[in-house]
Ligand binder design. Sequence first.
Ligand code: NAD
Length: 488
Amino acid sequence: MQTTETKPNVKPIDCSHYINGEYLQSKDGKTFENVNPATEEVLGVVAEGGKEEVDYAVGVARKALKGEWGNMPVRERSAIIRKIGDLILERKEELATLESLDTGKPLWLSKKVDIDRAAYNFHFFADYMTTVGTEAYQQDDIALHYAIRRPVGVVGLINPWNLPLLLMTWKLAPALAAGNTVVMKPSEVTPMTATVLAQICTDAGVPAGVVNMVHGKGETGAAITSHDDVDAIAFTGETITGTAIMKAAAPTIKKLSFELGGKNPNIIFADADIDDVIDTTMRSSFINQGEVCLCGSRIYVERSIYDEFLEKFAARAKELKIGDPFDPETKVGALVSEEHYKKVLSFLEIAKEEGGTFLTGGKIPEGLDKGFFVEPTIITGLGKDSRCVREEIFGPVVTVIPFDTEEEVLEQVNDTNYGLSASLWTSDIKRATRVAAQIEAGMVWINTWFLRDLRTPFGGMKHSGLGREGGAHSFDFYSELTNITIKH
Ligand code: NAD
């Protein structure tokens, strides 16, 4: 049975659009239900926006680009952005509870990762924006060239369900720091924290019309990505959705930033510190139910430590407590939705058909048939062409494959269309840097995982993304440069 040691002490909310500083419903009154993935109970209703709401939001965002927001000195804008971070922390309990109700992730994780990091995104960019400069070049005695920076304009921010507030703020903070106005569309599966965030922005002093939000599903997103008057789209989600957005954005040549899917390798050489490897591999495999784009779902282990690794890894995975997100002992909560749950379960069937062995998991946990729970699953015995090794499952499911040589493992690691991140473990620094430089991924961690500095480039190559976010990279995306030349 699912145990409840602590009950959520915040009530779920119905979710309305937020346009021009006001909550409002769709003109046609359309809504859909928001479901708690841990209990399958209805949490509330969500307004479903259409073209009319998107038109209205884009119109007010365009207008707000000028006026108060457009003319605000950088230090004042920075203070408002800092305040948004402060208010997120003030409302941490409420936001973390809503995030766990919506996503099914453990409450302690919502607090530690989702909410704290969301606040830090604003604090970081509030500081960073005050240091951003441009370029100037003296061309002999002929001319001086210098660049000026201005906002891109109206930016559409479209987000997935796995880290709803964190990923929205990862886009919203730099977009505001660079002086843009936005139309956000949170995932239809996890709409609650963004709904609160919109009000927080107003409370922090963001003028009406600068931060707008339209709820809805794919069609609502498509109304934003195909809108004539939207200048740029920052999107995080599935690769296939990225393809659709690229097509929709093509006629109006929108600037695009994509953070897409991944199938990230975790490469473990025999000379690595095995205890450190196991601790981190537990997190990189199962944290957030494996629903983190950076999770290392393909694990490659040098053959001489393969058996030892499996024994220790499986023992730890079996200890993980699965269940109620509001139980402080829970390590693995519910998957986000019935649709996603069915997708993950279908991969477990595929693993069986492909001849894989479940070292742990492979099924629904006993007593947890209400809610969308899946046991942490370690699969062995699958080859490099298996669908479970090649396709993004995005759940608490990893495959483990032994290897003999550096060349062999590199070939397997790069034999994929994805290229988001990788981790590698070895005590040989020369090998570490040599292998890291050959992995086709936007981010490689050596002897660690998920360690971030917000100044560094974040993003994927190949089918895992377009462009980079973080520090100067975010500013490059959210601003336009005009080069001015003065002839001497
Ligand atoms: P998704 O692509 O299904 O949906 C993401 C968002 O796009 C949602 O808000 C959805 O409503 C919207 N959308 C759907 N169709 C659209 C369309 N045609 N036009 C415009 N918007 C549309 O992704 P998801 O299932 O919510 O999220 C899981 C995926 O996100 C995984 O593939 C994961 O790897 C990826 N992800 C990537 C990163 C990263 O940084 N690379 C981070 C988190 C998640």
